[in-house]
Design a protein around this ligand. Structure first.
Ligand SMILES: NC(=O)c1ccc[n+]([C@@H]2O[C@H](COP(=O)([O-])OP(=O)(O)OC[C@H]3O[C@@H](n4cnc5c(N)ncnc54)[C@H](OP(=O)(O)O)[C@@H]3O)[C@@H](O)[C@H]2O)c1
Length: 265
């Protein structure tokens, strides 16, 4: 399959670890120029850059903080100055809130409104800010691919992460509208909504939990970061000829598993 990514400029946000890092590496292998962002861990981002360069690719790391949206434009400006434009955006960076994924035991009414504002500000408006910042470059080139990283929680829900799931579901509406508006300029926009994904950023879970999660999926196995990266790569490449405005779920998603209680940890 020809991804037609040679010399294309790709921005993957939140790529110091996890799905973003795997995605950045996948683009690097296709000959793209890969800009990846970090927030707190520049050394991890530089490790991803070194890995891509060590494999013969080209990459650079820039800081982007979803809680300070001026850094979104700054990051995009840095990439445009360095490489002349942006062809592909993978909006993957996430504000988890706290130290990691949302706590499923928290009660809805115990989440302060400030947390709702912060979560939606970072994960929904932050994604819109990334899209706004890259669009003029894509329109000028008459070609662009945008992939927004959502979550199965957006459609399936989960006890606890109300603000997170709400912010992610907003990305689905964003993609639908943008697909209509930007399609005439050769820009395709899609959402990837992974289910529970095994990544290098999460401490390993006991097998009885991962087995239980896997049992509730259509494929009876959990995706890893490379599985999701390959999906993103297809949507955000020249191999995707005309698919736009879609939400793509992976086999790790619980959304289509019949016995819901069997997948809730
Ligand atoms: N892992 C899963 O099971 C799963 C499932 C469904 C959807 N997703 C989605 O997939 C995407 C990647 O998830 P992941 O598990 O791979 O994440 P991860 O490994 O925790 O990585 C998160 C990335 O976002 C950056 N980041 C953290 N806070 C940020 C902020 N406030 N502003 C900008 N960047 C920030 C981190 O940078 P630093 O480390 O440098 O701070 C890191 O590069 C997210 O959009 C997530 O919602 C993940």
């Amino acid at each position: 399959m020809d991804t037609a990514l040679e010399d294309r400029v790709v921005l993957v946000t939140g790529a110091s670890t996890g799905i973003g890092a795997a995605t950045a590496r996948a683009y690097g292998q296709e000959g793209a120029l890969v800009a990846l962002t970090y927030r707190n861990n520049p050394e991890k981002a530089e490790k991803v850059v070194s890995g891509i360069e060590g494999a013969g690719g080209r990459a650079l790391a820039v800081r982007l903080d979803l809680e300070d949206l001026s850094t979104v434009e700054e990051a995009v400006d840095t990439v445009v100055q360095q490489w002349g434009g942006i062809d592909v955006l993978v909006a993957n960076a996430v504000r988890w809130g706290g130290d990691g994924p949302p706590d499923p035991s928290i009660r809805f009414e115990d989440v302060p409104l400030e947390e709702w504002q912060a979560m939606i500000g970072a994960n929904l408006i932050g994604a819109a800010a990334q899209v706004r910042a890259v669009l003029s470059s894509m329109r000028a080139r008459g070609w662009g691919r945008i992939v927004l990283i959502s979550s199965s929680v957006a459609e399936e829900g989960l006890p606890g992460p109300g603000p997170y799931g709400t912010a992610k579901s907003g990305l689905h509406g964003l993609a639908r509208s943008l697909a209509w508006e930007a399609g005439r300029d050769g820009i395709l926009v899609n959402v990837v909504a992974p289910g529970f994904t095994l990544t290098d950023s999460r401490p390993p879970l006991p097998a009885f939990i991962t087995d239980k999660l896997a049992a509730g999926t259509p494929t009876r196995r959990l995706s890893d970061a490379d599985d999701v990266a390959r999906l993103v790569l297809f949507l955000g490449s020249g191999a995707n000829g005309n698919l736009t405005g879609e939400v793509v779920r992976d086999g790790s998603s619980a959304a289509r598993a019949p016995p819901r209680r069997s997948v809730t940890p």
